[in-house]
Write a protein of this length. Sequence first.
Lengths: 562, 791
Amino acid sequence: MNGASALLPAVLALPLIGAILVMLLPKDEDGLARGVAMGVSLLTFGLSLAILVPYDINPSHGSMQLVFDKEWIPGLGAHFKVGVDGISLLLILLTTFLTPIILLSARTSITSKVREFCAIMLILEVGMLGAFMALDMFLFYVFWEIMLIPMYLLIGIWGGQRRIYASIKFVIYTMLGSLLMLVAIFYLYAQYGAVTGEYTLDLMSLDKLVLPHNVQVYCFLAFALAFAIKVPLFPLHTWLPDAHVQAPTAGSVILAGVLLKFGVYGFLRFAMPLFPYGAAQMAPYIAYLAVAGIVYGAFVAFAQSDVKKLVAYSSVSHLGFCMIGLFALNSQGIEGSIYAMISHGLTTSGLFLAIGVVYERRHTREMSEYGGLWRQMPVFAALFLICMLGSVGLPGLSGFVGEFLTIFGTFIADKSFPVGWDHFLPHPMLLAAAATTGVIFGAVYLLYMFQKMMFGELKEQNKGLQDLSWREIGVFTPLVIGIFVLGLYPKPIIKVMNPAVDQFIRSYKEKLAEPDGPAHIKGLPAPGTEVPTAEAPSEAGDTPPNEAVAPNPAHGEPGHID
Amino acid sequence: MEKTSKLLFLIPLLPLAGAFLNLFVWRVLSPSTGRLRQSDKLTHYTAILSVLAAFVLSCYLIGGPLWEQFNVWRKLGEGKPEIMGGLHQSVWTWIEVGSLKINLAFRLDTLSAVMLLVITGIGTLIHIYSVGYMHGEKRYPAYFGYLNLFTGMMLILVLGDSLPVMFIGWEGVGLCSYLLIGFYFDEDKNANAGRKAFIANRVGDFAFLLGICLLFYATKSVNFADLQSAASISALKDTFVGGERMAFMIGLLFFIGACGKSAQIPLYVWLPDAMAGPTPVSALIHAATMVTAGVYMIARMSFLYAHSTTAMAIVAGIGALTALFAAIMAFAQTDLKKVLAYSTVSQLGFMFVGVGIGAYTAGVFHLITHAFFKAGLFLAAGSVMHAMSGSGDITKMGGLRKLLPRTHISFLVYCLAIAGIVPFAGFFSKDEILAGAFGAHAEGWAPLYGKFLWAVLSVAALGTAFYMFRLYFLVFSGENRADAETKSHIHESPYSMTIPLLILAAFATVIGLIGLPHLQGVHLPTILHDWLAPSLVNFERPSLLDAKGLPSVGEGHASDAMTLGLMGVALVVGMVGIAAAYALYGRGPSAKVAKMCETELGGEVHRVVYNKFYVDELYEASILAPFRATARFLYEVVDRFLIDGIIVNGSAYIIDVLSRLARWFQNGQVQRYLVGVVIGGALIFYFASSPKLGFKYEQKAGNLVEFRPDVGEGMDAKGALIEFDFDLDGEPDHSASFVPGQDMIVPYSFGGEGSYKVTMTMTDSVFKKKYKVTRTVHVKGPDTGREGGAQ
């Protein structure tokens, strides 16, 4: 363990210390609280950028770097173990990048309990960063739950009219989903202990455990429920519009910008690598739900008159692209999915901030209340337009790269590789085509929104609106620059994630190729394999026969849709 | 044979930089940041110079390195490479994931060179024209910024070395089109038109994206050079769905993309509405450049289309139908720009027939000539509307010949060009398409398909001459029909507007000479044909010809008499159209037409044509209204009611009810708890005493079967009476008391092989409750023992 490995705990500790510091400030020193929080969040961003210095961009293998490991709860085998790979690093940077922007945007929108707000934002940042870094299941679970509390408070205290309903719905929904995951974590823990005699919650160790196929399906489902709610995957999405609409702008931005990504991240980091067979079995179903979400989210977004709800539903649609890319299980699909997450973090944050700007001025989210704002607020219009187009997926802006890669990955998905695809129609190509309709629908509802708000005649009640202040321009500028840079020069980001994704696919394939049978460590025979157990044959009816694992050369032949 | 050029990226970058300066830098730097005013001069000089610089640079690169390469290529003898690479520059790697690698790379070959000259050349003229036309506009910098942005995007589109890079430009021009159509966005109508354009284009882009995916799936490459390799071509010949080749499906997808951008049936509806934008925009984007992108794309991918005659037939067929259909719709329009819009749709149809029948040169040739005369027509229309206080209603015009002399003369030249009168530009290009269609035939096509296309196009050409001269006569001859107020303001436009008009008119007169017909007797120079040969599929590239490939389009096959005869027919068709227009509209609005419209049939026909065959209404009813209804339904019923109301909040409600119930028990009264204890105890006792009853059997030697009662885990099995009834007579055949822990075996011999119903009864010793289970026992013949179990 060298000095660099203390970097990640430092990134985690910084906002935590900041939060404590903010709470220690005198009560009505709002400006000071904002200043301290801002300074701390900027420092955190700087420190997280510093991760790139010791970080090896081209590792010979895509495994974790800068690992920090300290025993935490010895009785349980839980460690305080954190580390990053290309995937989590990017999401960490997204988090630390968005936090100061949110704090800056809240300068005028949050005016009561400022000190508490700043502290909560910093604690939320700790929770998010911790969950992205955690390499110990228990630690992850703790951070995962920690995130809920500040978010709950954020909606519950600074939210809109129905904030209590929305915040309770948000918390209960998420908690409910994660309980089954906890059960599955303990099952995994027990199984690993039973096989190796060593009881640990270390992700890298647990990753080596191969469970019987049918058990994998159950465990995968337990994890998937938790993450699918977070994504949110259709039809588990109804908490999202409520939470978004009721949350203050800062809450909406952090929710859309980072929190939703935990769903996809969870699939990528936990559910899929731990239970590859289960993931492969469920892949078509999840892909269907993802495509359904893309189309459904777009339709429902179009039906909204509340602009914030519209953007909230657009997240359902956009995250559908992330999910379908993930289950294409090739590098294009998965990297597209990660890219789409980052881009969504920028564009949708931009849209929510833009809504926040007009909401602060007019205190309504009804689109019909606006109109013709371009004449009155040209600078705002231009920035809003860029965020909107980024979200539409205009090539050259960030949204396109992710969208294109996910569609592309799905389209060329090898349907003989994940076992699930094999049994299922339609062909991945048709699924990709269905997802691509999202490209049309995305333009339909976002352009409709933009027209309703920015074009048309300027209404009497909007004639006094002020264009953006320098502070507000400062809020948008980093996002807009990000949208352009990510759209035109995606290379560095793809380069960072590439080794990790390759590693993911490699180990996924390896693990998937393991034969069915009692729980065992990857590459090793199961303990007591000489004695045929009574269980294995009797379960044969529940899962497809073993040969389904082997790619069937008859399928996936190029040039045909069967 | 390709050469690397370091300057290529500057061609699109220059206009983009102009846009960046006008939209952003000047505004930030301008002293009064509050109002965001920057001087008009700074704005339009920036804009014009950036496009002009791109034009000059294009001329330099085409005239210098590319010309050299072309000459070298031409002089190569046998075995020369079929493709001349042109100039190439890779700026950086855009997207690289796994096997997919997309470079942000540009390529200047002879085909893109032609487009480059059209875009930057006509673009410069239109920028200059805009100075006069947009004078006094509040959002002057925005206008020029968008126009520059458009030019840059269009240049990316034509220079893109791979389909994804082309797609950047493809969508980018769509965005500029959206912004410029909706430039006067105060009116909802204009903003709607912009949105309609963007969404119709997006429908096309949907197919374009899938086309890219499928192309990669088939050939593992997306850039044009690799796609023309032998391996890729052979992959395109593989069979795909429906017995058609891969090339068919890919070609179809890209053609749908082209339909969106180039306003073909069924996606043409956005273009007439797009006239809501400023007129120079209509000239540049919706006539000369952007809308021809689809034609360019198909020409660029000629190697693909050449491998599916079905795809070619569809392209040509849709093109011909669009040409005719749009020409008819142009008959009854009363708005100057609307007529021109339908005319554009119609002319684009001609171009698609050209590329569809494999006469790629002809299609591109018409694209060039059309760019000149149609851009000119729009600019002239702008000049007319400028004079008429902004109105485009042709029923209120007339007699402008004397008042707008320079506009008039150029307008007349454009009309002659589009009507196909010799020697104006449109004559040669249109004739080449018509002659090509007449002689076209390919394997798999219906007999006379080429003749059919020719006939449809000839009728469309007749219509073209008619509606263009109807327009000309209504605007320029006869008496002026405007009101006095407007009349007093009529004036010729400033030179910044009329000089571009005259330049375009000069080109519209002579540009046709670059594509003189092939005659066997006299050798005429065929400049364009030779120039495009290394970039397009043609008969000089035999590797691209195969049985189901490029149709023979009569190029070089037809006799001189045939060629000249077809030219004559085309010319006559044009003349007839003009004569008919003169007869009806020579002196202003026609009384004859008015009379015809009063008859029942005439009125009906006029109404249908005037309302553009109600296609917009049809789309509204069949697509848009259901879309909105579905959206509402999904939100109100599925989302709010079903998912959120019933499933999510419903389950929460159930939990709520249950917890109220639980609360009632736990109210702190010891008596109530005691009742609970008693009831609970009784329930436990009752349920626990219900055994899971069953028995197993095993066939022993012969027909002897051993039965083993299974009394489950109930507490009351002890001492229970077990009875078996083997013969269904209701009387127990065997009875015994059950002793836990002791194996109880009941043997019984059946009569023989077969199935028997056996009933086991258990009577517990405390409550004397009886449990009964009956099941069928299969007794197999001798030697085939069998085990079974039942619960």
